[in-house]
Design a binder for this molecule. Structure first.
Ligand code: SF4
Length: 437
């Protein structure tokens, strides 16, 4: 190594250390209070489309059934791969044995639906309140229906989870049943997080061109085709809300590849480069492989930049996608971040994203909805990203909003979706300008 390279290395270290110190000092507004977020049951809407041999049985109330029906009602390809076992008053009052009732429902369902290979029993607020032990139920029913059907459980209750945490809980439930990767097996890459099939295919093609061919995906399209995991697994998070899943994977020996999340040209490049580095792939080859798609994304973003540059944006806590999306909007489209709120801030997973935030960005974790709305009213950002319940009142006060849920339901990862992602923010601003004219 030359002296110049050593000095360059030292300078990089110093910059990294300085940035880490700034990050450690960045004040975080931690709030605890009433929150306006969907519960973790919502994840079933995209998970049931992804895992095509799985069925999600929510053990809940009519409210849970309504939530799922109305959220699924807007999905064109909704198929009956989820349902709610409705707990009636006599269940809640403990007048019948809810475990017996559940056995009856599950046995009937599995008799009628031989296509179901994995059944998730999904807990809700009511099942938690009466302390219905779904882990015990999954074990008992699993003993009856294995090997034809694997039965697992997780909680999507609003008491324990917000919105995207349902996916985290579901994937974490799959980790213990993933096959073991033999200790002497070569290193394997595991992509973690549910992506639309079209986006997943784009990434798999890019990884193949890079020369990484030992690769698994969690969740797999068929829940029974689980990838292996072990000490030679290197996992790359595709979604920023998978803290519990990451912990479960680490518990099985896997190691995380540190990277930005694959949003925009920069984030996607960083994500792919980090994986390639881990697998010892030549940097020049990586640049050559990603150059065409990266250039396409940069060109498309340049077209949208004039509509977003200099515009002020606030994120209210909702999906945990807030931090990487804010980084994308700031770095690649020149937007000004006013407040970035997130339900839960995973500092380690988001370190590279937080590094990029300017010093004046207000970062908040958790929610006290009244105080947060007061801040939005005082800041009057050009656009506020928030849940459905808050969008209408804010629009009524003349503030432009973007529904956070659209960001979860739209394909937004990767080079080819970068412009579509930017467009999701540009559209409400265009609409506002047209209404103002
Ligand atoms: S799980 Fe709880 S928050 Fe979610 S729909 Fe059911 S009752 Fe409502």
């Amino acid at each position: 190594m030359s002296v110049a390279e050593i000095l360059e290395g030292c300078a990089a270290e110093v910059t990294r250390d300085a940035r880490a110190a700034t990050e450690a000092q960045r004040p975080i507004l931690r709030e605890r209070g009433q929150r306006e977020v969907f519960c973790g049951l919502t994840g079933i809407i995209w998970l049931h489309r992804k895992m095509q041999d799985a069925f999600f049985l929510v053990v809940g109330s009519r409210t849970c059934a309504h939530l799922l029906q109305s959220a699924a009602g807007v999905m064109i390809f909704a198929e009956p791969r989820f349902a709610t076992a409705i707990m009636e008053e006599r269940d809640l009052a403990g007048m019948v044995d809810a475990q017996d009732e559940l056995d009856r429902v599950v046995n009937r369902l599995l008799e009628r639906r031989p296509d179901i290979k994995t059944l998730f029993l999904v807990g809700s607020c009511p099942s938690e309140v009466i302390k219905l032990d779904l882990a015990k139920a999954a074990q008992r029913l699993g003993a009856v229906h294995m090997p034809r059907v694997r039965i697992l459980n997780y909680s999507g209750s609003g008491i324990e989870t917000t919105f995207t945490q349902g996916e985290d809980a579901c994937l974490a439930a799959l980790v213990p049943v993933m096959p073991a990767l033999p200790a002497n097996a070569p290193k394997e890459l595991l992509i973690v997080g549910s992506l639309p099939d079209i986006v997943e295919d784009q990434f798999l093609r890019l990884f193949a061109q890079l020369g990484i061919d030992r690769i698994g995906v969690l969740p797999a399209r068929n829940a029974r085709d689980l990838p292996s995991v072990g000490a030679n697994t290197r996992y790359l998070l595709a979604q920023p809300f998978l803290g519990e899943t990451a912990m479960a994977l680490e518990g099985r020996g896997a190691r995380r590849i540190e990277a930005m999340f694959p949003f925009g040209a920069e984030g996607t490049s960083d994500w792919l480069r980090a994986a390639a580095r881990e697998f010892g792939i030549d940097a020049a080859h990586v640049e050559q492989v990603i150059a065409p798609a990266r250039a396409r994304a940069s060109r498309a973003l340049a077209n949208l930049r004039p509509q977003l540059e200099g515009k002020r944006i606030t994120f209210l806590p909702d999906s945990q996608l807030e931090v990487p999306l804010a980084r994308f909007l700031q770095d690649e489209l020149g937007m000004e971040l006013v407040e970035v709120g997130t339900p839960y801030l995973h500092r380690a997973h988001l370190a590279r994203e937080l590094d990029r935030f300017g010093p004046n960005v207000r970062l908040s974790e958790g929610q006290h909805v009244e105080r947060q709305l007061d801040r939005v009213r005082a800041d009057r950002p050009d656009i506020t990203v928030c849940g459905l319940g808050l969008a209408n009142p804010l629009e009524g006060e003349g503030l432009t909003t973007k529904w956070a849920i659209e960001l979860v339901f739209s394909p937004i990862h990767g080079f080819d979706q970068a412009a579509d992602l930017a467009e999701l923010f540009a559209r409400p601003l265009r609409r506002r300008d047209m209404l103002e004219v």
